[in-house]
Design a protein around this ligand. Structure first.
Ligand SMILES: *[C@@H]1O[C@H](CO)[C@@H](O)[C@H](O)[C@H]1NC(C)=O
Length: 230
């Protein structure tokens, strides 16, 4: 069977690449502004302090960048609420992020694994993201201590069994799972064979164990199954 799906890029906190003319205009404005700042800078001021902030602007693209991959169908109202919430939540943590919604448009049962795989292939080609979070749209993080920053050598299971409102078994790995791109490639993504809700993440657990990648979960966040997600 073939899964028919579409990918929507909802918003990004970087320049919009889709509107090239607008991007170029914004870029031009930025360059001119930078030149003016530089000019003022050179003409006598405390160059060390201002120079520092200039440097941190120009090295912005060296930062880690997160792509949220949202497997999706038929929940537009939930998506809106999710997006509005995540914008505030992630910007508070200074995360550079993009949101990709992968929409299954056929009438077969939901294939979460395929949707995430397609999302990953897409962001690999079209973004600078170096880590991803596969993210259920109906799981909204409300504890600000849930950390969405680059997980390094571990895979970070944010929707841990002792935090997720519904699933509490030890090997549960669904909901929200964050990893660097290399790890997704190492485990070869998720299985495409699971139609209907569930099980693809249990199979992913086995893949991760076999690849001997460490799984971490949020520690000491001070909340539980009732008050970590909404
Ligand atoms: C998340 O973890 C990073 C790295 O350990 C740290 O710098 C950052 O402050 C943490 N953010 C939050 C919101 O706890």
């Amino acid at each position: 069977m073939t899964v028919y799906m579409g990918i929507w890029k909802i918003f990004t906190n970087k320049l919009l690449r889709s509107n090239k003319i607008l991007s170029i205009l914004i870029l031009l404005c930025l360059i001119i502004t930078l030149l003016i700042i530089l000019l003022i800078n050179v003409q006598g001021c405390d160059c060390n302090s201002v120079g520092g902030s200039l440097l941190s602007q120009s090295t912005l693209h060296d930062q880690h960048e997160l792509c949220l991959i949202i497997p999706f169908r038929d929940r537009f109202d939930e998506l809106l609420i999710f997006l509005m919430h995540m914008k505030v939540f992630l910007e508070r943590q200074n995360i550079v992020y993009n949101v990709y919604v992968v929409n299954q448009v056929d009438s077969y049962r939901f294939n979460r694994g395929s949707l995430i795989n397609v999302g990953f292939l897409y962001i690999q080609e079209n973004t600078h993201c170096d880590f991803i979070a596969m993210h259920d749209v109906d799981l909204i993080p409300i504890n600000p201590r849930l950390n969405y920053s680059y997980p390094g050598d571990a895979i970070m299971h944010i929707a841990a069994p002792d935090l997720h409102p519904k699933y509490h078994y030890k090997t549960f790995l669904g909901g929200i799972l964050m990893m660097k791109n290399e790890h997704f490639q190492t485990v070869n993504g998720l299985s495409n064979k699971y139609w209907g809700w569930g099980l693809e993440d249990d199979e992913l657990y086995v893949r991760i164990k076999e690849a001997r990648i460490r799984i971490e979960r949020p520690e000491n966040v001070g909340s539980g199954i009732d008050n970590t997600f909404r």
